[in-house]
Design a protein around this ligand. Structure first.
Ligand code: 0GY
Length: 293
C-alpha cells in the first residue's frame, strides 16, 4: 500500500440509527487481496487490501442486507475481485463494473449473470487517465440490451463541461457522491444549484448522497454536508441512493468510522418514508429488478 494511504477503520462503532430491514449499501468496494487479485499496473494508488469477507462482515455489523459493489480504479478493467465477491454473496450483492471498449457481448452477458448491472465512467483526473468520450459512447451502446445503467464519477468543476456528454448517453445515469460539491459554498450557491437543476430537468439522472467524509471541511463532523444531501433526498426522493464508500480509498484527512457514517442517514432522510426509499425501494428497483430490453 502507498506510504500515505490510510487503511479502513478496524473497529467501527455500532450505529445509533437502526437501518430498516432489507437496507442496501449501494456504494462500496473490494480491494484485492493482492495475492489473488493483483492491482492494475496503471493504477494511480495502491490501497490496503479490503477483501470481500471484511466487506460482508461490515454489512452485517451495520445492519445492512445487501451491497452494490463498485469497481474501483486501482483494479482498472480487471473485474475479477468484484466478480468473485458477487459470486460469494449470491443474491445479496450487485456490481458496477469498469469495462474495456473491446469487451464482447458474451463477456458482458457473463458479468450480467454474475450480478453486474452497470458500468462506471470515471472522470476524476487524479484517479484515471482520460478516456475519449467516443469510447464511453460505444460502451453505452454495448450495454444497452442488458438494461444496465451508467454510474459517473466527476468533480463539481467538471459538471458544466460534461453535461452535453451526459445528455448523449440516453440511459439512466447515477452520479457518484452528489457530483462532489464544494461545501464551503452553500446549498443556494449557483454551483450546487446547477446540479439540482440538472436533476430537475432530467428524470433519468439519479445520485448517491454519499461521502460526507470526503466532502466535509470539519472531519469527523459531517454536519456541513447534511444540507446538500438532504436537499437532494427531499427534492428527488425516488432517485437517490446511499452507500458507505467502504473502504474509503484515498482518504487523507481522517479514517472514517462507518457506524458514524450510518448515523448521518436520519439527518439527510429524516422520515421513515424517505429512509425506505433511499435505503430499500430505490436500490432494489435499480439493481434487483430486471431491466433487460
Ligand atoms: C470512491 C472514491 C474514490 C476512488 C475511486 O475508483 C476509485 O478509485 O472511486 C476517490 O478517491 O475519491 O468512490 O471510492
Amino acid at each position: 500500500m502507498d506510504p500515505d494511504y490510510l487503511p479502513f477503520h478496524d473497529n467501527p462503532s455500532k450505529p445509533a440509527f437502526s437501518v430498516p430491514e432489507g437496507a442496501v449499501d449501494a456504494h462500496c468496494h473490494v480491494f484485492g487481496p493482492a495475492d489473488t487479485f493483483p492491482y492494475h499496473p496503471k493504477r494511480k494508488y495502491t490501497p490496503c487490501d479490503a477483501p470481500k469477507e471484511k466487506l460482508f462482515a461490515l454489512r452485517d455489523h451495520l445492519g445492512f442486507a445487501r451491497n452494490v459493489i463498485v469497481q474501483a480504479s486501482c483494479h482498472g478493467t480487471d473485474n475479477a475481485a468484484l466478480l468473485d465477491a458477487l459470486q460469494y454473496a449470491g443474491d445479496r450483492a450487485r456490481g458496477v463494473a469498469v469495462v474495456d471498449p473491446n469487451i464482447t457481448d458474451e463477456e458482458l452477458q457473463a458479468m450480467h449473470n454474475a450480478g453486474v448491472r452497470a458500468v462506471r465512467f470515471n472522470f476524476v483526473k487524479r484517479l484515471v487517465d482520460t478516456t475519449p468520450k467516443e469510447v464511453f459512447l460505444d460502451i453505452a451502446e454495448k450495454i444497452r440490451p442488458l438494461g444496465w445503467h451508467i454510474v459517473v464519477y466527476f468533480e463539481a468543476q467538471d459538471l458544466e463541461e460534461l453535461t452535453p456528454f451526459l445528455m448523449q448517453l440516453n440511459t439512466l445515469i447515477v452520479v457518484d457522491h452528489m457530483g462532489r460539491p464544494d461545501v464551503s459554498k452553500d446549498v443556494e450557491h449557483e454551483d450546487f444549484q446547477r446540479f439540482v437543476t440538472l436533476l430537475q430537468a432530467h428524470e433519468n439522472i439519479w445520485t448517491k448522497v454519499s461521502c460526507p467524509e470526503r466532502l466535509t471541511l470539519n472531519p469527523p463532523n459531517y454536519d456541513d454536508v447534511v444540507p446538500f444531501a438532504r436537499t437532494l433526498v427531499e427534492r428527488f426522493p425516488d432517485r437517490v441512493l446511499w452507500g458507505t464508500d467502504w473502504p474509503h480509498p484515498n482518504m487523507k484527512s481522517h479514517i472514517p468510522d462507518d457506524g458514524k457514517l450510518v448515523d448521518v442517514i436520519p439527518k439527510i432522510a429524516p422520515t421513515p418514508d424517505l429512509q425506505q426509499a433511499l435505503l430499500i425501494d430505490n436500490p432494489m428497483r435499480l439493481y434487483w429488478q430486471d431491466h433487460t430490453r
